[in-house]
Unconditional design. Sequence first.
Length: 162
Amino acid sequence: MASLIALANATPPRALVPMEILINQGGAGGDLYVLQSGELAVERDGVEVTRVSRPNSLVGEMSVLLGTPNSATVRAVGEATVGVIKDARRQLLSDPETIFQLASLVASRLDSTTALLVELSREHAGKAEHGMLSRILTALALPSDAEAVSRYDLFDPRSLLL
């Protein structure tokens, strides 16, 4: 990840005040951010998904790689500082090593998520939650053609009330 961090450190850092939005869900996207200090909350559809507090953690990669609007809102929990890689897609396409680093990061996150879902699926075998976990695991294996399958095709909002 050294070259991604170097790219982010090549420009002046962006300071965030508590509760300031860094990335807005549905926004245009296209920039990558590297956390230098502080903590960021990641929310999707109003639900907090995770918090990011480890320095050199990357956010914003999904919209860059998929060429889609931002899939989540990212806000500062307290004061935070991030490095910014503007127009990241253009920069990544000119540097195969850096895009491979980013792909490795995303693959690592997917591997960890899949392992956790398998563990949870085993723990909940025979319970109502098992069906939802099976649907999530199936979704991870589907092609990424967003027009063919949406997340609402996979996750009927009524089924999430289990």
